[in-house]
Ligand binder design. Sequence first.
Ligand SMILES: Nc1ncnc2c1ncn2[C@@H]1O[C@H](COP(=O)(O)OP(=O)(O)OP(=O)(O)O)[C@@H](O)[C@H]1O
Length: 434
Amino acid sequence: MSRLLRRFTRVVVGVSGGVDSAVTAILLKRKGYEVVGVFMRNWDERDEKGHCNADVEAEDAEWVCNKLGIPFHEVNFVKEYWNDVFMYVLDECKSGFTPNPDIICNKMIKFSPFLKYAQETHGAEVIATGHYARSSFGEDLENYDLNKGAKLLRSIDLHKDQSFFLSQISQYALQHTLFSIGDYSKDVVRKIAESVNLDRVAHKRDSTGMCFIGNRNFKDFLSEYLEDQPGSLIDVDTHEVVGEHKGLHLWTIGQRCHCNHLASSPQPYFVVEKNVESNNIYVACGTDHPALFTTTLFTEPVYWIHSGHPPSQLYSQGQLECQFRFESQTPLTECVLITHDINPWHSSPSNSGMIVSLAKPLRAITPGQFAVFYLGDEVLGSARILRPGPSLYALNVESCRTSILQERTKNPLKFRTVEENVGNNGAKKNKKDC
Ligand SMILES: Nc1ncnc2c1ncn2[C@@H]1O[C@H](COP(=O)(O)OP(=O)(O)OP(=O)(O)O)[C@@H](O)[C@H]1O
């Protein structure tokens, strides 16, 4: 171990009851760290059957720690999670945005009060988690250098890479976290767990995030907290009302509308835009409708994780070439970032939002999700998406709108709504399904 590594002898591992954090603890123990296992309880509501997911996970976490012979503790962040994550989810949903609770949970809980708790309660300077990600400080912080700051890097197993979800954590947290499995593949991680007879967790499925939902349906869950706000589903081509919805918060961009609206077309409708003012949802026929695709988007100011400032290219050239994704596992898309002034009187590259110009059209860019920017393996930072730019349809790229409208006029039966085809009763019944 390096001289600096010896400074960090005690480490608190976030043990979730899953295989990744269990193997993180094993690897650190093998290296000679003094490992303390801690389970975070962030949500402890019981479902109708009195079942609480957190109880099951906590039991598994304790079982893992006992098996590894490390101390086990539980810490309660239910209040913090409610205030800083769950309220954010509800506020975003109410305003027509689609939140990303996993990114906010990492920023506000796992890499904030949890780190503070590890340091103050257990006297550990550093924490470790079972995230598939790496830091430029190295897996044991062997390159620790406060003058340089740490860079967040993608994991070696790109299929499991979770750096996307870490793109909003503080630089301080990044400097004080060991990502022990960032160099491993999931298969190897499972084998390590098997090799020490951690059979109970070795083949457990990955958690699905959003611990508060458990096994419930997201729409049913949200309906417990937000009132229905009925509105119309409007066809973007014809501007006709083709159905009704119970609230913008129950839908997201690109989502399929489960309504049997077209009698003779196999094409279902997909959500293109949620209009908060009118409370209407615009929908388009077919998953590849050009109204779902755009080559630009607008974001809030970027959080630059390495230095807090954008790379110098953005200052010197007024733009930055990098890569983009807004979903954790979709392929990276080349893009150019250009600043756009949220406040034109006080603007500089570090406090203005971005126009993201994409090298190819992407589907269902969703307000409220995070645009995460990469330069090769490095995560530069991320920003909340405000809105997509004009769609290919709006811009009539390659006359796509013209040809769709011509087709719909030429062949009205194909696109007739249920109302037109089977009469009002049928339409009502089917509208209810939406
Ligand atoms: N309730 C929790 N208590 C303690 N640590 C947690 C908890 N939930 C998540 N973590 C930490 O965050 C890491 C990533 O969590 P995530 O929810 O993505 O689970 P995962 O990828 O399925 O990992 P695991 O297999 O360890 O459950 C975990 O490996 C663990 O270190």
